[in-house]
Write a protein of this length. Structure first.
Lengths: 317, 282
């Protein structure tokens, strides 16, 4: 309003040149139209994330249903054989699911004690400068591409494990688990550390006031109070391990069989998609089966992240 | 010293030992790659195309491919991510819809990268007829990096003091003018930090580009966004697993260049963050 009036006064006092008039009307137009346009864009962008999650689900579901029209869903979900190119082909997801579970359980068993322990060290014990160094090292680890770790796994870890455990091949579940544990550490450390440092100061002060040592306070007061956050860290770590593709594709030996031990070659859900997609014919049952595997992965990670988010929310309260 | 003190000493040493158990392998990994790779990285290696079935020559097309993919990813994910964060911070009410968006961001960040690859393949390569191309790969990587950009931008916007908005609104500025001139300028460094970090992840990803863009062996540069390209992470995967008898020097040098590229981007983000902290007005 104010601007409009001042403009009209200005035009009465001095006739604006055609150029300035055009500029003013352009500015007016921009103000009147620009703002609704940009605000609409912002609101649409808010929607976009929901749309993407929905679309990803929809696309996976659509192609999975194409499989289930040809191949019974019960045989897919409970079948214990994954033989996509035999005749007739078998698309039982259980060996792949078990492969993922084996690798994940071992990776988590290895990395949770290490991750939470070092988070405790970084949050409570380390002096400030050491803390910064350690945190940047963890960030460096987080940024190493998985394919590089897979490459080192082939060259370095697999032969080492083969010789230690006297295996026929080092390309086995354990090699994958160790590398995945290493890769999940940054997630677990940084979220656990956040949870530990966000425990209110008064809790600590109350414990110190009662004569507790720093360790007693950390172990009996701070750790239990931070447990929802630490559980969330573990859940997100699991999500990261289940979804990791390249490392397991490169080092676990790619054997889609029912795993009996972590020391034998196996194959995960992710590695199956990455390894077989290139060989399938578009529109074949095998092609659709890989989307069904993708749907299983989507469902698993969705559930894990949902639960982790619940824990994080409780931690913030 | 009493018993409790001794136990504290033991416990803290154990925690230190655990931390050492993590720190040492990290350093070993970096050192191992640098020592084995540095010898084979030369100007010629960085600027020549691979020759002789990738057993000789350089990795120039892969470097260019990865840089193009990162730029393409930024082109799509930065505006979308920032606008979406602006919506969440400045416009959204605390209702069911907003909670759905937040849950979607969390879930998008948890979806395995290979599933993004599948989605990118059906949606961009097949449905939209982009073919295996830079465009399809960039879009796939862009969706993957959205959650990180949104989260970082959201934090940056939230950290701008509320009084800035109140003052601007009280002077008669509209909501968008307030955001444009009084909130965004102060949030930009934080947004950039998060963006560069998420792009450095995109640069190192292999699974999403497997079926959407990556070329096995293509010793020339792309002409348009609809061309395939080689990319560093996929190239490393190929020479590490698919092609026999690659000299290990070449593999290590490729790994070194990939890590150096990713670290360089991280470094930029760290410098931005430090710069931002120093210039902060509140």
């Amino acid at each position: 309003m104010v601007e409009n009036r001042s403009e009209s006064i200005a035009s009465r006092v001095k006739r604006p040149s055609a150029e300035a008039g055009a500029l003013a009307s352009w500015n007016r137009l921009r103000r009147r139209l620009g703002e609704p346009i940009i605000e609409t864009c912002i609101k649409l962008s808010g929607l976009v994330v929901v749309v993407f999650v929905f679309l990803i689900f929809l696309f996976l579901l659509k192609d999975s249903l194409s499989l289930f029209r040809q191949y019974p869903i019960s045989k897919f979900l409970f079948g214990t054989e994954w033989l996509p190119i035999s005749d007739p082909p078998q698309f039982g997801v259980i060996p792949l699911l078990l492969g993922s579970i084996y690798v994940t359980v071992w990776a988590i068993l290895i990395c949770v004690p290490l991750g939470v322990g070092s988070a405790m060290f970084i949050a409570e014990v380390a002096p400030k400068h050491l803390k910064n160094v350690l945190k940047s090292l963890v960030e460096i680890l987080a940024s190493i591409p998985s394919v590089v770790l897979g490459f080192l796994g082939i060259l370095w870890l697999a032969p080492a494990l083969r010789d230690t455990f006297h295996l026929s091949t080092g390309m086995c579940g354990l090699t994958g688990s160790l590398l995945l544990a290493f890769m999940a550490l940054p997630t677990i450390i940084s979220i656990s550390e956040d949870a530990l440092t966000s425990v209110p100061r008064t809790y600590r002060e109350a414990a110190y006031g009662l004569g507790a040592t720093r360790w007693q306070t950390l172990w009996r007061i701070v750790l239990p109070s931070a447990s929802p956050g630490i559980l969330a860290a573990v859940m997100l770590g699991i999500g990261r391990v289940v979804g990791e593709t390249m490392v397991v594709l490169m080092v676990t030996g790619n054997a889609p069989v029912m795993p009996k031990s972590i020391l034998q070659p196996l194959r995960t859900l992710t590695a199956t998609i990455a390894g077989e997609m290139g060989e399938t014919v578009g529109g074949s049952d095998h092609y659709y089966a890989l989307f069904a595997v993708g749907l299983v992965l989507f469902a698993i990670t969705f559930a894990i992240n949902f639960v982790a988010d619940l824990f994080l929310r409780r931690d913030r309260k | 010293m009493n018993g409790a003190k001794v136990r504290q000493q033991i416990a803290f040493s154990a925690l230190g030992g655990i931390t050492l158990l993590i720190v040492v392998p990290i350093m070993l990994v970096i050192l191992y790659i640098v020592i084995n790779g540095a010898g084979s990285v030369s100007w010629q290696f960085l600027t020549a195309a691979p020759r002789n079935g990738m057993k000789a020559g350089g990795i120039f097309p892969a470097i260019i491919g990865t840089i193009l993919l990162v730029l393409g990813t930024m082109l799509f994910s930065l505006p979308l991510g920032v606008l979406s964060a602006i919506y969440l911070v400045e416009y959204a009410r605390d209702d069911l819809f907003t909670r759905m968006i937040k849950l979607s961001v969390v879930n998008l960040s948890g979806i395995p990268s290979i599933v993004y690859g599948l989605f990118g393949f059906t949606a961009f390569v097949l449905l939209l007829h982009f073919g295996t191309s830079i465009l399809a790969g960039s879009l796939t990587l862009a969706i993957m990096s959205l959650p990180v950009i949104i989260t970082a931008s959201k934090e940056a916007l939230e950290s701008v003091p509320f009084t800035y908005r109140e003052i601007s609104l009280s002077l008669g500025a509209t909501k968008w003018q307030t955001i444009r001139y009084c909130v965004l300028p102060y949030a930009i460094p934080g947004i950039l930090t998060g963006t560069v970090l998420s792009l450095s992840r995109a640069a190192g990803e292999t699974a999403p580009i497997l079926f959407t863009v990556a070329a096995f062996y293509l010793p020339r540069l792309p002409h348009s966004a609809f061309n395939q390209v080689m990319a560093l992470p996929y190239h490393l995967y190929v020479i590490a697993t698919q092609v026999p008898n690659i000299p290990t020097g070449i593999s290590f040098a490729t790994a070194l260049v990939l890590i150096a590229l990713v670290f360089l981007m991280n470094l930029v983000s760290i410098i931005l963050r430090a710069h931002y902290r120093k210039k902060r007005l509140w």
